[in-house]
Design a protein around this ligand. Sequence first.
Ligand code: PRP
Length: 195
Amino acid sequence: MTTPPARPVPANAYGDDVERVLVTEDELHTRIQQMADKVSAKFGDEDDDIILIGVLKGAVFFITDFARALTIPSQMEFMAVSSYGNQTSSSGVVRILKDLDRDITGRNVIIVEDIIDSGLTLSWLIKNLKNRGPKSLGVVALLRKPDAVKTKLDLELQDLGFDLPNEFVVGYGLDFAERYRDLPFVGVLRPSVYR
Ligand code: PRP
């Protein structure tokens, strides 16, 4: 997948804080519909509703749009996790701040992740959820940074939206100090904002 070209920044609530757009609102929704169509086709004959699992907070926009793009019933579950300090998080140790509200044993489960950066969150999550005995466990990720391409997560990825360059991206769930999540597109934050 090639990196999309930069496009002009639409008027938005954050003035000119976003330097350029990497994925437009239209591109996000077109791709999410394609990803949802694949999942709808795959699980169309199942008796049980599929369970979508999102990790707070970044995945909120993706999971809600993804669920509405499906043509099969889905149920949503959320987890909140926190990495330990830098040193520990490099080993992939994650603390659960909010766990699932229900048992996923014997269910078809899909992790709906907004971005894979180092890949640590997703690697940990896959291992943790596999231990709970789901009937199947899939992963759809909307965005991926270059570092993650090197991880073996590829084997677990059912579908990926877009590969991104190694830049500070915000929007569509991605934040800087909790801001910019509400932008409808994914863009590069102007360095003067975070330096
Ligand atoms: C972000 C993002 C992913 C994770 C990816 O969450 O939503 O869950 O980082 O990074 P990794 O591949 O290096 O593990 P973050 O911890 O920033 O919390 P947030 O979703 O609340 O912004």
